[in-house]
Design a protein around this ligand. Structure first.
Ligand code: UFG
Length: 326
C-alpha cells in the first residue's frame, strides 16, 4: 500500500513516516518545509517539496505516484500565532485542505486520515472528553481544524470519499532511536521548553498560572507519546480500507498531569534543578484537558505503549541532548 503523507517533515508527520516504513508501507512525503525539517524525512520515503495549496503540484504528484490513501498533517499548529495571524491559519489549514481534497477527488484517491486536535472542544463540559461532547473552540487554530472536519463530512456525503479525523491531545516525546523529535520555531510547548532550560537555552520555565482549580493550581493535560499517535494513523488507514466509512477518534492516554508534575518529571529524568517562575494565566488555556480514547481502543484496536510520563520525557530528553536539526 502506497501512502502520501503531507507534512511528513513535521513533528508527528515524521514519526508516522518512520512507523509506516517500519511496517513495510510505501511512503511519499509532500512538505514545503515552511515549518518542517528535511533532516526528519526518512531516507526510504520519496520526498516532494511543495505546498498543498498548489493544485498543479498535487495533480502532478498524484499522476506520478500511485497513491492509495493520504495522511494529512501539513498545517500551522501554534495556538498563540493563530490568534494574531488568523488569515494565515484559514489559508494554510482550511484552504490548503480544500485544495488537497479537491485534487484527491479529481485523481480518484478516496481515503484521508486527517490530523485534528483536542482544541476543537474548547473549555470542556465533562472530563474525560468524548468525541460527541460539545465543540466550541477558544482559539483560531481549533476553529480551523473544526471547520475542516465539517468540510470533510460534507465532502464524504457528496463524493466517493471517506476520512478519519484523529483528535490529538498533547503530543510529546520522541522516536526511540532519538533520530527525530520535536522542534518548533518558536518553541512554546511545555516539555521542549523545560528541556531547553536544562540545556541552558533559557534561564527558567515560566508557569502560566498556579491559581487554577486543580490539585496544585496548574493546568492539567493528557500527554500522549508521538509514536503512539503514529501507530493510530496506521490503524486509521487500515480502518478506512476495511470499513469504507468515515469516523472521528480522540487520542490521549486518559490520564492528566499538571504543569508542576511535568516539570518534576523532567527534574527526575535530567537530574537538573529547573528553576521556575509563576506568571499570570495564558489566554485560552482550559484548566483540564483529558481524553476518553475508549472509542479508538475498541474500534481501531489502538493501545498506547508509552503510558508513563517518565518514559515519555526520557525519549524527549534523549532526542534533545543530541538535536541535529538546523
Ligand atoms: N505551559 C507553561 N509554560 C510554558 C509552556 C506551557 O506553563 O512555557 C503550560 C500551558 O499553560 C498549558 C500546558 O503547559 O497548561 C501545556 O501547554 P502546551 O503549550 O505544551 O500545550 P497546549 O495544551 O497549550 O496545546 C496542545 C497542542 C495544541 C493543541 C492543544 C489542544 O500543542 O496544538 O494541545 O488543546 F491545540
Amino acid at each position: 500500500m502506497n501512502l502520501l503523507v503531507t507534512g511528513g517533515a513535521g513533528y508527528i508527520g515524521s514519526h508516522t513516516v518512520y512507523s509506516l516504513i517500519e511496517k513495510g508501507y510505501g511512503v511519499v512525503v509532500a512538505d514545503d518545509l515552511q515549518t518542517g525539517h528535511i533532516e526528519a524525512v526518512h531516507n526510504d520515503a520519496k520526498f516532494y517539496c511543495g505546498n498543498i495549496q498548489d493544485t498543479n503540484f498535487l495533480d502532478d504528484l498524484f499522476k506520478l505516484e500511485k497513491i492509495d490513501a493520504v495522511i494529512h498533517f501539513a498545517a500551522n499548529s501554534l495556538v498563540g500565532e493563530s490568534m494574531t495571524s488568523p488569515i494565515k491559519y484559514y489559508e494554510n489549514n482550511v484552504y490548503g485542505t480544500m485544495m488537497l481534497v479537491k485534487s484527491m477527488i479529481k485523481n480518484n484517491v478516496h481515503n484521508l486520515v486527517f490530523s485534528s486536535t483536542a482544541a476543537v472542544y474548547g473549555e470542556p463540559e465533562n472530563i474525560p472528553i468524548k468525541e460527541d461532547d460539545k465543540k466550541l473552540p477558544t482559539n483560531t487554530y481549533g476553529e480551523t481544524k473544526l471547520a475542516i472536519e465539517n468540510m470533510l463530512k460534507c465532502v464524504s456525503c457528496a463524493h466517493d470519499f471517506k476520512f478519519t479525523a484523529l483528535r490529538y491531545f498533547n503530543a510529546a516525546g520522541a522516536h526511540k532511536s532519538a533520530c527525530i523529535g520535536e522542534a518548533h520555531k518558536p518553541e512554546t510547548h511545555l516539555i521542549p521548553v523545560v528541556l531547553e532550560t536544562v540545556k541552558g537555552k533559557r534561564e527558567f520555565v515560566t508557569i502560566f498560572g498556579d491559581d487554577y482549580e486543580t490539585k496544585d493550581g496548574t493546568c492539567i493535560r493528557d500527554y500522549i507519546h508521538v509514536s503512539d499517535l503514529a501507530q493510530a494513523h496506521i490503524l486509521a488507514v487500515e480502518y478506512l480500507k476495511n470499513n469504507n466509512e468515515s469516523n472521528i477518534f480522540n487520542l490521549g492516554n486518559g490520564v492528566g498531569f499538571s504543569v508542576k508534575e511535568v516539570i518534576d518529571t523532567c527534574r527526575k529524568v535530567t537530574g537538573h534543578p529547573i528553576p521556575v517562575r509563576i506568571e499570570k494565566r495564558r489566554t485560552g488555556d482550559p484548566a483540564v484537558l483529558v481524553a476518553s480514547s475508549s472509542k479508538a481502543k475498541s474500534i481501531l484496536g489502538w493501545q498506547p505503549e508509552y503510558t508513563s510520563p517518565d518514559t515519555i520525557v526520557q525519549t524527549a530528553w534523549n532526542w534533545h541532548k543530541n538535536q541535529r536539526y538546523n
